[in-house]
Design a protein around this ligand. Structure first.
Ligand code: NDP
Length: 298
C-alpha cells in the first residue's frame, strides 16, 4: 500500500515569509516607512491573545511594523467603531485586523463594514468578497482559503479542469475557497450540512477541501484514489493520555493517507499558512495604497 505525501505547510509558510521579508526593504526604500499591520484585540480570550501575539511576532520578523490595540471586553460598539475609523485614517496602517470572535454585545458585521476595504487584510469586507466573486484582481482575499490555494498550486501546478469539492460554506473559508478554485477553472461543488450522500460527493473530487469544524468527519474511504486533500479543520479532542487533549482536523488522516496522493497534516498544514498570507496581504495592501503595483509572485 502506498501512502500519500504530507504537504508541509510549515515549510511552505516559512518560504512565503522569506519572500515577504526580501520585498519589505523595496517598499521601505520607495516610501520611507515600513508596511504596518494594526491588530485590534477586544477582551482577554486566551486563544485570541495567543493568535494576536503570534501575528505581532511574525509581522516584526518580516520587517513590518506591528501595532496592537488592546481594549477591554466592556468597550462599546461606538468606541470600537471609532477606533477602526482612527486606524482607517492613520497613514502608518496598511492593514487592519479585528480579532474575532468579539464579545457578544458587539456587532462584528458592523465593525468589519467600517474597515476601509483597502486595509481589510482579512478580506472579510463585502467590497472584497464582491471583488473576489467577480474576479477583480485587486480583491484582498481571506487568508486561510488563499493559503489553501497556494498549497494546492504548489502541489499540483495548474488546477484547471480539476473536480474540486469544498465541504463547508462559511464566509471566511468555504465560500471564498470555492470562488478561488472557480477562478483557477476547477469544476467546483460546495457541500454543507444539508448535502445528501456527502461520501459520494467527496468521492468525485480530485481536490477535497474540508472546512467543517467536525473532528475527522471526512473518512478515508470517501477519498478518490490519487486525490489531493486540504484539511482546514482545527478541533480539540481528548487525547489517548488521560486528562490531555490534542488537535485533529476535519479529515480522518490516518485512513485518508492511504487513499490520497497528498494531504495537509493537522497541525502543520493549513494553520501556518494563515498568518503568512496575512503578512502577504498587508504587503500587497501597502503597495497598492502607496500607489505602486503589488509585487508579483507572492
Ligand atoms: P463554520 O462553523 O462557520 O462553518 C462550518 C461549515 O461546515 C458550515 O458551512 C456547515 O454547513 C458545514 N457543516 C457542518 N456540519 C456538517 C456536516 N455534518 N456535513 C457537511 N457539512 C457540515 O466553520 P469555519 O468555516 O469558520 O471553520 C471550519 C473549520 O476550519 C473549523 O474547524 C475551524 O476551526 C477551522 N479553521 C481553521 C483555520 C486555520 O487557520 N487553519 C482558519 C479558520 C477556520 P451549514 O452551512 O449547512 O451549517
Amino acid at each position: 500500500m502506498t501512502l500519500g505525501k504530507e504537504i508541509d505547510g510549515k515549510a511552505f509558510a516559512a518560504k512565503l515569509r522569506g519572500r515577504i521579508a526580501d520585498i519589505v526593504p523595496d517598499f521601505t526604500g520607495k516610501t520611507g516607512r515600513k508596511p504596518g499591520l494594526a491588530v485590534v484585540l477586544v477582551g482577554e480570550d486566551p486563544a485570541s491573545s495567543v493568535y494576536v501575539r503570534s501575528k505581532g511576532k511574525a509581522t516584526v520578523e518580516v520587517g513590518m511594523e506591528s501595532l496592537e490595540f488592546k481594549r477591554p471586553a466592556t468597550i462599546s460598539q461606538e468606541e470600537l467603531i471609532e477606533l477602526v475609523e482612527e486606524l482607517n485614517a492613520d497613514d502608518r496602517v496598511d492593514g487592519i485586523l479585528v480579532q474575532l470572535p468579539l464579545p457578544k454585545h458587539l456587532d462584528d458585521k458592523a465593525v468589519i463594514a467600517t474597515i476601509d476595504p483597502a486595509k481589510d487584510v482579512d478580506g472579510f469586507h463585502v467590497v472584497n468578497a464582491g471583488k473576489l466573486a467577480v474576479g477583480d484582481p485587486t480583491a484582498l482575499v481571506p487568508c486561510t482559503p488563499l493559503g489553501c490555494l497556494m498549497l494546492l498550486k504548489g502541489e499540483l501546478g495548474d488546477l484547471s479542469g480539476k473536480e474540486a469539492v469544498v465541504v463547508g460554506r462559511s464566509n471566511i473559508v468555504g465560500k471564498p475557497m470555492a470562488q478561488l478554485l472557480l477562478g483557477e477553472s476547477c469544476t467546483v461543488t460546495v457541500a454543507h450540512s444539508r448535502t445528501h450522500d456527502l461520501a459520494s460527493v467527496v468521492h468525485r473530487a480530485d481536490i477535497v477541501v474540508a472546512a467543517v469544524g467536525r473532528p475527522e468527519m471526512v473518512k478515508g474511504s470517501w477519498i478518490k484514489p490519487g486525490a489531493t486533500v486540504i484539511d482546514v479543520g482545527i478541533n480539540r479532542v481528548p487525547a489517548e493520555e488521560e486528562g490531555k487533549t490534542k488537535i485533529v482536523g476535519d479529515v480522518a488522516t490516518a485512513e485518508a493517507i492511504s487513499h490520497c496522493a497528498a494531504i495537509t497534516p493537522v497541525p502543520g498544514g493549513v494553520g501556518p499558512m494563515t498568518i503568512a498570507v496575512l503578512l502577504r496581504n498587508t504587503l500587497v495592501a501597502a503597495y497598492i495604497r502607496a500607489g505602486f503595483p503589488a509585487p508579483k509572485d507572492i
